[in-house]
Design a protein around this ligand. Structure first.
Ligand code: GLN
Ligand code: ZN
Length: 792
């Protein structure tokens, strides 16, 4: 058998984000379910045909499609649907037969993802049905977010959705054999959480024995339908795992291997996939014990594991090794010569029939294809490779492995020319920026006084009430805002007209905030498609794609800018808008900046992220100084992705946190004591990096918490020395937060935080909401703050 080429997952949204559009149209009632299903059907079909027939990939995944999130799909498949959602949508609970995601199941699915609220027809304030969305969390160190499965100690699992089978069959009917993907049972449980009323000591992994029969059933169904192999993703194998987990993996895969063997005359093969890191510390969990047929490892992220795993695999003649040598997380063209060396080595040690060539992880994290990028600078475009191009690279390498390197001679030459051009291009190196990096001193990284002193001075300047209210920055990005921006970008409206339009939106935004009595106002970020893209567009060293979207959560996609060279700020970015906004109101307006630029960009792979971040920090520092000089007294520097950059293994945390926090300090510390620096963070766990957050020394931190249930307060000894605004309502859901629930949240927080240091604000920016929702929600929110002021 020759070396095979494989993919582990393809971006779902479609070349033009067709899925996003259709899902959103369905949510807003513009199209019905059959239209939604039809789009899904078409997209899957196109993606399979593209991968298999057009690009010539040997192993094509199925069940990598999702209407919202594949972890939620997995929860659905095994029936991990919390009772509160079942009760509303699914009547004959026990008779639920596995079916495709349609009808009530689809409603339940979206309710779990987004929350669901049904207002009473009599117009009373209390809704008749009111379900919050489930918790959402960042997928490892990516900017993809998954819905956290929730498990009860009495949890029963039952095959509930047969999406995996339907999709396999759909591909088969097109003549395409696919490898269905599911999250492996151990990672699935480890990624989940115990439901709130679970008894102490309960951990989801204790449910493994109950879960496995459903996986056995899945394997059986797939085998009966003719599937040759199944991909089980176990990314948790790259984490620091309790040694006891070895036993769980063993139990799980022994059981599944038996199921696979007896599934049909030709046993279905189990392909175990790991990605985003090094599995060698947990290698004993996998080899020699697990009865699997193939193992995938990420050699881009962790090339050092190659030797160890290769020699371990060599001892197990039945195991195939899938080498992830094409970066699934970044957009640079691969150096095919270097990649081919790895292929050669694997083939030498294992033999061609035991080697599979694959991307490092699912291509979910890279954009669809370069085809649409007609406006990129051709020199830079030649350095890039998106999902489609990455699959081409995989197919080329496979061809070379099977027929000799000469058969890809021309492609290889072209590839080496691009690699060389990027390495030596003056576009990537700017001596002035590099020189400035050398002049960073420790003094640039602390404020002039300690927080207590600053606090006193700031009290005098701002005279804010207790429980001051604010928002995180963005206000509704309506279709008019998007249309105006698009028209401006196309050149259909002048800069002047566009500015006028934006200024009108800002006015509306200020009026709404004043009407609802907010204390520290924002301009609404209407000029920004996406906060990171906006800043990148104004910095040198960055470039942008027209269509390089990647899924962030649900239907939301982001278009990460590409940092290709040394970064600097040629001129002020936000100063004019901040000044204009401040001229509209007597209340303080926050200047809004972002440092998360690194994590939410496609970064250089030719220098350490620390250097790139220092360059970004200096650019932001310049902006902070200019805002200060322009009379802006409150400046927020968003840092939502601090945790995203954390290495997956604890041993490497400190080193990262040291330089990341230093960069925040470098960006923020130039200002006078009377200026208030805010920062904002969201959608991840913070309790275990709280020391680093404290070291950032922002005067105020606003922090998402309503969707992750006060988790940042975990640990009894939590104290936060500066001011803090834990979000008191979820902004992802169209439901209007009620007084009682916000009061309850605030009450809970006050048990743990100093009363005079608490701010009242939503979880995150309001850009995905509608104006009327924002109006009602902020009214309720400021009511709550006022009530608390009068209470004590
Ligand atoms: N200021 C940004 C906004 O309000 C923050 C977004 C974020 O944290 N993701 O949209
Ligand atoms: Zn946020």
């Amino acid at each position: 058998m020759p070396v095979l080429s494989a993919n582990l997952g393809f971006p779902r949204m479609g070349a033009n984000r067709e899925l996003k559009r259709q899902v959103e149209a369905y949510w807003s009632g513009k199209v019905d379910v059959s239209a939604l299903l039809k789009t899904a059907h078409e997209l899957r079909k196109n993606h399979w045909i593209l991968q298999k027939n057009v690009l010539g990939l040997d192993i094509v995944p199925s069940n990598d499609f999702s209407f919202y999130d594949h972890v939620l799909d997995n929860a659905f498949t095994v029936g991990a649907i919390p009772k509160r959602y079942r009760d509303v949508f699914i009547k004959a609970n026990d008779d639920l037969l596995p079916s495709a995601l349609e009808g009530d199941l689809l409603s339940t699915y979206f309710a779990m993802a987004r929350g669901f609220q049904q207002l009473s027809s009599e117009g009373s304030e209390l809704p008749v049905i009111d379900l919050e969305a489930m918790e959402m969390k960042k997928w490892f160190d990516t900017n993809y977010h998954y819905i956290v499965p929730e498990f009860d100690s009495t949890q029963q699992f039952k095959l509930t959705s047969n999406k995996f089978l339907e999709e396999y069959k759909q591909a088969k009917s097109l003549g395409i054999e696919t490898r269905p993907v599911l999250i492996g049972p151990v990672s699935f449980l480890l990624l989940g959480k115990a439901s709130p009323n679970s008894p102490a000591g309960f951990e989801p992994i204790q449910l493994l024995d109950r879960l496995l029969p459903v996986y056995e059933e899945i394997i059986k169904h797939l085998a009966e339908a003719g599937a040759c192999s199944i991909q089980l993703d176990e990314p948790c194998l790259v984490l620091d795992l309790d040694p006891k987990m070895a036993q769980s993996y063993n139990v799980a895969y022994s059981c599944l291997s038996v199921a696979a063997k007896k599934s049909s005359a030709e046993p279905i093969k189990i392909h175990l996939t790991t990605y985003f890191g090094d599995i060698t510390p947990n290698l004993s969990f996998v080899l020699p014990h697990l009865p699997i047929d193939s193992l995938h490892i990420d050699l881009v992220r962790e090339p050092q594991q190659f030797e160890t795993i290769l020699s371990a695999a060599a001892k197990h003649p039945t195991i195939q090794l899938s080498i992830g040598i094409i970066n699934g997380r970044n957009i640079w063209k691969s150096d095919l010569c270097a990649a081919f060396d790895k292929v050669k080595k694997a083939v030498e040690v294992l033999g061609a029939d035991r080697v599979i060539i694959a991307p490092s992880c699912s291509l979910l994290h890279t954009p669809h294809s370069l085809d649409a990028e007609t406006e990129l600078n051709p020199e830079i475009k030649d350095w890039l490779s998106f999902s489609v191009e990455k699959i081409k690279e995989i197919v080329l390498l496979t061809k070379a492995a099977n027929n000799g390197i000469d058969c890809i001679k021309d492609e290889l030459e072209a590839n080496q020319r691009s690699i060389q051009a990027r390495r030596t291009s003056p576009k990537t190196h700017n001596p002035a920026v590099q020189e400035r990096l050398g002049s960073i001193t420790h003094d640039m990284m602390h404020r002039r006084s300690t927080f207590d002193k600053r606090w006193e001075k700031q009290q005098e300047v701002f005279k804010l009430p207790r429980f001051p209210t604010t928002t995180i920055g963005s206000f509704p990005q309506t279709s008019e805002v998007r249309k105006a921006r698009a028209a401006f970008k196309r050149g259909d409206i002048s800069q002047e007209k566009y500015n006028e339009f934006i200024n009108e939106e800002i006015k509306k935004c200020i009026q709404l905030q004043e009407k609802n009595d907010l204390d520290v106002l924002v301009h609404g970020e209407f000029e920004r498609t996406d906060m990171v893209e906006f800043f990148g567009e104004h910095l040198e060293g960055y470039t942008f794609t027209k269509n390089g979207w990647v899924q962030s959560y649900g239907s939301r996609c982001v278009k990460p800018p590409i940092i290709f060279g040394d970064v600097y700020r040629p001129k002020p970015i936000t100063v004019e808008v901040a000044k204009y906004t401040q001229s509209l109101t007597k209340k303080p307006v926050k200047g809004m900046l972002t440092v998360t630029m690194l994590q939410w960009s496609f970064v250089r792979d030719d220098q350490h992220n620390k250097l790139t971040t220092q360059q970004l920090a200096l650019a932001i520092r310049d902006e902070v100084s200019d805002l200060e000089a322009a009379g802006i007294n409150v400046i927020q520097i968003d840092e939502p992705a601090l945790r995203e950059g954390l290495p997956l293994r604890h041993s490497k945390w400190q080193e990262y946190l040291n330089w990341a926090v230093d960069c925040f300090l470098l960006a923020s510390c130039s200002v006078a004591d009377t200026k208030q620096i805010h920062t904002h963070m969201c959608y991840s766990d913070f309790y275990d990096i709280i020391d680093a957050i404290i070291r950032m020394d922002a005067d105020v931190i606003t922090i998402e918490n309503s969707r992750s249930n006060l988790k940042f307060l975990r640990g009894d000894s939590f104290t936060y020395p500066n001011e803090i605004g834990p979000g008191i309502y979820d902004i992802h859901s169209p439901r209007i937060p009620l007084h009682e629930e916000m009061e309850h949240r605030l009450e809970e927080m006050l048990k743990r935080l100093k009363r005079n240091s608490v701010w009242v604000n939503p979880d995150c920016g309001l850009k995905t909401r509608k104006w009327n929702e924002v109006d009602l929600a902020l009214k309720n929110m400021t009511d709550v703050a006022k009530k608390f002021r009068s209470k004590s």
